[in-house]
Ligand binder design. Structure first.
Ligand SMILES: C[S@@+](CC[C@H](N)C(=O)[O-])C[C@H]1O[C@@H](n2cnc3c(N)ncnc32)[C@H](O)[C@@H]1O
Length: 329
C-alpha cells in the first residue's frame, strides 16, 4: 500500500513520552546493578550530547565522517539510479549533514519526494526537518522523534521505492546477536522494493581506530561523560562527573572499540528516581559504548542472518569505511 505524499509539507511526530524516562530508568537500573556496569549508548544523545557528536565528526582523528561523505559523493548518483528511490527513511539521522549528498542526487534525478528522519534526539529531528523542508522546495518531510528499536511500526507507508540510510557506523553499537536481530527488524521498514544503505567502519590498524576515540582535544571524553549528566538530570542521580575519566580501547579479539568511564576514586552514587544506591570501587570501569568494526565477511554474514543480501559494498581507496547497499533476499 502506498501513501500519497503532500508536496512541500513538514511535520514532526513524537513517539517518545513519559514512558521513555522509564526506558532510561530501566536501562540504568539494569546496567548499574550488573557485575560489569554498563549504560547503553542511546542515552548520550540529549541536546548537548548531539552537539558534542557533531563536534566529534569534525575532529582530525575522526576519519569516519569525512570518509563516509567521500564515498557518498562518489556513489550517490549510482545508488539513486540503481534503486530508483523516491524517499529516504533515515535511521539515527542526527544532524544529517551527509544526507544532503543523497537528497541532491535524488533531486538531480527528479525522483526526490519525501524525507523521513528518525532519531531519539528531538532537537536534531526538529532542526533537520525545518532545514531540509526549506532547502528542498516541494520536499515532504515527516520527522519522527522515536527509538528505532521500538517505534518503526509508526513509519509512514512507502511513497514508492524507499532507501533506508543507516549511516555513521551506528550499527556497530549493537553487540553481534542484537545486531542481527535489529537488522531483521528492519525488513518491514525497507519493504520488498526498498534498499538499506548501511555505513560501517572497517577493521584496520588498531592505532588509527584508537586515535579516533581518544582525540587530543578531549571532545570524545566530554561526549562519554555527558551520559552521567543525563542520568543526574533525568533521574536525580548525584554522579560526581569530575571523578570519572574517559577510557577507549580496541578489543583486538572482538574487533570492536569499547568506551568506558573509570571512577578515579571510590564513589557512592544515589539515583533518587530509582531509590538506588550504587558503589564504584577506585578504578572500576563502566561500559558506555561498543563500536564494532567490520570485514566484508562479517557484513555479509550479518545481512544473511537477517534475511538480506548485499547488493554492493562501496569503500574508499584506503579501505577505512564502507557504505553498503542491501536488500531483502
Ligand atoms: C553515531 S550518531 C550518527 C549520526 C548521523 N547518522 C551520522 O552519520 O553522522 C548516532 C545517531 O543515532 C541516534 N540514536 C542512537 N540510538 C538511537 C535509537 N535507539 N533510536 C533512534 N535514534 C538513535 C543518536 O541520537 C544519533 O543522532
Amino acid at each position: 500500500m502506498t501513501e500519497p505524499t503532500l508536496q512541500g509539507t513538514v511535520e514532526v511526530r513524537s513517539h517518545l513520552g513519559p514512558d521513555d524516562e522509564r526506558t532510561l530508568a530501566d536501562d540504568v537500573l539494569d546496567g548499574l546493578t550488573r557485575p560489569l556496569k554498563e549504560l547503553p549508548p542511546k542515552h548520550f544523545y540529549d541536546a548537548r550530547g548531539s552537539e558534542l557528536f557533531d563536534a566529534i565528526c569534525e575532529l582530525p582523528e575522526y576519519y569516519q565522517t569525512r570518509t563516509e561523505r567521500l564515498i557518498l559523493q562518489a556513489r550517490a548518483e549510482e545508488i539513486v539510479q540503481r534503486t530508483g528511490t523516491v524517499e529516504l527513511v533515515e535511521l539515527g539521522s542526527g544532524s544529517a549533514t551527509k544526507t544532503r549528498v543523497l537528497l541532491d542526487a535524488m533531486a538531480a534525478a527528479g525522483t526526490l519526494a519525501r524525507y523521513v528522519p528518525v532519531d531519539v534526539s528531538a532537537t536534531t529531528v526538529h532542526a533537520v526537518a525545518e532545514l531540509f523542508a526549506d532547502e528542498y522546495p516541494g520536499l515532504s518531510v515527516i520527522g519522527l522523534v522515536a527509538d528505532f528499536e521500538r517505534h518503526l511500526k509508526h513509519l509512514p507507508a512507502p511513497a514508492g521505492p524507499r532507501l533506508v540510510p543507516f549511516l555513521g557506523g551506528t550499527i556497530g553499537n549493537f553487540p553481534p546477536g542484537s545486531r542481527r536481530r535489529f537488522l531483521r527488524s528492519l525488513r518491514d521498514a525497507i519493504g520488498p522494493h526498498g534498499h538499506l544503505l548501511l555505513g560501517t567502519d572497517l577493521v584496520k590498524d588498531p592505532r588509527v581506530v584508537e586515535a579516533a576515540y581518544n582525540d587530543s582535544a578531549g571532545v570524545t571524553a566530554q561526549f562519554n561523560l555527558n551520559v552521567l549528566h543525563v542520568v543526574n538530570r533525568e533521574l536525580g542521580a548525584n554522579f560526581d562527573v569530575s571523578a570519572f575519566e574517559h577510557v577507549a580501547f580496541f578489543d583486538r579479539e572482538r574487533e570492536w572499540i569499547e568506551m568506558r568511564l573509570r571512577a578515579s576514586e571510590p564513589q557512592h552514587v544515589r539515583v533518587e528516581a530509582l531509590d538506588l544506591e550504587v558503589a564504584f570501587a577506585a578504578r572500576e570501569e563502566m561500559r558506555t559504548e561498543i563500536s564494532a568494526k567490520f570485514t566484508p565477511q562479517r557484513l555479509r554474514g550479518d545481512l544473511a542472518a537477517a534475511g538480506m543480501e548485499l547488493v554492493e559494498m562501496f569503500t574508499d581507496p584506503d579501505g577505512l569505511f564502507a557504505v553498503s547497499l542491501a536488500r531483502i533476499a
